[in-house]
Write a protein that binds this ligand. Structure first.
Ligand code: AP5
Ligand code: MG
Ligand code: ZN
Length: 216
């Protein structure tokens, strides 16, 4: 297969989900978000969802074995044939290597990993006011990016809710986990010549334009 495979790499709250929602249709790439897949599994009450919840509630990573299996199965489905925008995966070196290995078996490789850079203070501000659509997972922000009608998704009319892991204490541990386990991936992709960097601060539309300039 000759598909483009982009990774959105960045801290919790960097804007990965917002950016993917803004550009995935325009660029014709399937938006595959590991966190969304876990939350969807949980809302259906599956064993995968219940297992993932144990880690998500503490702001820790779900074990690699479970996560890798879930993503590799997902990206093999036909709706991914047009290319991928991976959001939240990989986030450990193990996951990055497993992805490379699985892709290489198909004669494929990651096109580019795009590091969305946002300061810690901005991340904390963003996650504090976040609301998510239960239907289509689009993120909103009560101050920065409010929906047209309070509590209702502009895109699909779904109900908006706040994530259980957006509390101050859990955000702190997610940032910690990000620094220790995910940040090393910046170096990993840089060393193989596949790192792109995007300034994630500023208006969401501006950031999306910066991303489009790379992905289009
Ligand atoms: P996941 O769902 O991936 O959460 P995350 O990485 O912590 O990232 P977020 O979704 O919080 O941030 P985002 O970058 O998508 O920001 P958003 O666009 O929403 O993971 C959750 C959990 O699942 C993990 O803790 C872990 O337990 C588990 N998990 C997931 N993947 C895993 C993996 N690979 N391995 C192991 N475990 C895994 O934006 C945030 C807010 O900011 C929104 O309110 C938005 O409206 C606002 N905003 C966005 N852009 C802007 C802007 N430019 N200006 C102002 N506000 C903005
Ligand atoms: Mg997200
Ligand atoms: Zn929606």
């Amino acid at each position: 297969m000759d598909r483009k495979i982009y990774i959105l790499l960045g801290a919790p709250g960097a804007g990965k989900g917002t950016l993917a929602a803004a550009i995935s249709q325009e660029v014709g790439l399937a938006h595959i978000a590991s966190g969304d897949l876990f939350r969807e599994a949980l809302s259906k009450g599956t064993r995968l969802g219940l297992e993932a919840k144990k880690y998500m509630d503490k702001g820790e990573l779900v074990p690699d074995e479970i996560t890798i299996k879930m993503i590799l199965e997902r990206i093999a489905r036909p709706d991914c044939d047009t290319g991928l925008l991976l959001d939240g995966f990989p986030r450990t070196l193990e996951q990055a290597k497993a992805l490379d290995e699985a892709l290489s078996k198909n004669g494929e490789s990651v096109t580019k990993s795009l590091y969305i850079n946002v300061s810690d203070e901005e991340v904390v501000r963003r996650l504090g006011g976040r609301w998510i659509c239960r239907g289509c997972q689009t993120p909103y922000h009560e101050i920065n990016m409010p929906p047209k009608v309070k509590g209702v998704c502009d895109a699909c009319g779904g109900e908006l809710y706040q994530r259980d892991d957006d509390t101050v204490a859990t955000v702190r541990s997610r940032l910690d986990v990000y620094t220790k386990q995910t940040k090393p991936l910046i170096d990993y992709y840089d060393k193989i010549g596949k790192l792109g960097k995007i300034n994630g601060e500023g208006q969401a539309e501006e950031v999306a334009e910066r991303l489009l300039a790379v992905v289009k």
